[in-house]
Design a protein around this ligand. Structure first.
Ligand code: ATP
Length: 238
C-alpha cells in the first residue's frame, strides 16, 4: 500500500541551527501517527515544514502521490493537508462561526460549507451553543476544539494537530483525545504531535520518538507505550 504521506530524509534549519536532522516516516491513510518528544525535539518544525510554512534544507515530502517540496501553504491546504497549529492561532475578535468559515477559505461550495459547520457543531456541541461568541472569550479547551474544527473545514485528507492537549484540564484533554479517535473512525488520517506521550501513544497506530532533530525510536503505539526507555524518559517512571 502506498502511503498517504511519505517523508524522506527531511532536514530543516533556522539559519545555521539544524532543528530537523534527516527524519523519515510514513503515514498510511486511515491511521493516527504520533510524533512525541520533549521541547525542542523538532516536532513543530516538522509540521510547519509539511504545511509549507518553512522550506526544507533537504529531503522529499510526498503527499497523496505528489511531491510537495516547494509548494506554497495555500496549495498544500488545497491538496488536502490541514494544520491545527500549536497555540491555536484563532482570530480572537471573530466569532466561532466566523473562525470556522475562515477554515473553508479555499472552498466555494457554500451549501456544503454550511453542512460541514453543522458537522463541527455535532462533534463539539459547545461550539454550536456559542457560535456567536468571540473566540477570544472561550476556555482553552473550547479554543482547542475550535482550532481542530477550523482545520477540518478544509476537508483534509490528513489533519495535523500540534499539541492539542497543551494547557488543558484532564477532562478536556480526555475529550480532545476521544474526538481524535472519533475522527479516525470517520476516516480522517491524523498526524499528532504531543508532549503527553501517554495520551498520544494510547490512541496512535504508530509513533515516533524525536530527540534533538532525529527519530530515535519507532513502533506501534502499543509497543512504544510498553517500551522501557519510553516509559522512563516520557512517562515519568524510574
Ligand atoms: P515544542 O514542543 O517546544 O514546540 P518541538 O519539538 O516542537 O518543541 P521545535 O519547536 O520544532 O521543537 O524546535 C526545534 C528546535 O528549533 C529548537 O532547538 C528550537 O529552539 C529551534 N527553533 C524553533 N523555532 C525557531 C526559530 N523560529 N528560529 C530559530 N530556532 C528555532
Amino acid at each position: 500500500m502506498t502511503a498517504l504521506l511519505e517523508v524522506e530524509n527531511l532536514r530543516v534549519a533556522y539559519g545555521k541551527i539544524e532543528a530537523v536532522k534527516g527524519i523519515s516516516f510514513t503515514v498510511q491513510a486511515g491511521q493516527v501517527v504520533t510524533l512525541i518528544g520533549t521541547n525542542g525535539a523538532g516536532k513543530t518544525t516538522t509540521l510547519r515544514t509539511l504545511s509549507g510554512l518553512l522550506k526544507p534544507l533537504a529531503g522529499k515530502i510526498t503527499f497523496d502521490g505528489q511531491v510537495l517540496n516547494g509548494t506554497g501553504p495555500h496549495k498544500i491546504v488545497e491538496r488536502g493537508l490541514a494544520h491545527s497549529p500549536e497555540g491555536r492561532r484563532l482570530f480572537p475578535r471573530l466569532t466561532i462561526a466566523e473562525n470556522l468559515q475562515l477554515g473553508a477559505f479555499l472552498r466555494k461550495d457554500s451549501t456544503a460549507i454550511e453542512r460541514d459547520i453543522q458537522r463541527i457543531y455535532e462533534l463539539f456541541p459547545i461550539l454550536g451553543e456559542r457560535r456567536k461568541q468571540a473566540s477570544g472569550t472561550l476556555s482553552g479547551g473550547e479554543q482547542q476544539m475550535l482550532a481542530m474544527g477550523r482545520a477540518l473545514m478544509s476537508r483534509p485528507k490528513l489533519l495535523m494537530l500540534d499539541e492539542p492537549s497543551m494547557g488543558l484540564s484532564p477532562i478536556m484533554m480526555q475529550k480532545i483525545m476521544e474526538t481524535i479517535t472519533e475522527l479516525r473512525s470517520q476516516g480522517t488520517t491524523i498526524l499528532l504531535v504531543e508532549q503527553n506521550a501517554q495520551a498520544a501513544l494510547s490512541l496512535a497506530d504508530h509513533g515516533h520518538v524525536m530527540e534533538i532533530g532525529r527519530i530515535v525510536l519507532s513502533g506501534t503505539g502499543r509497543d512504544l507505550l510498553h517500551d522501557e526507555s519510553v516509559r522512563k524518559a516520557y512517562l515519568g517512571e524510574d
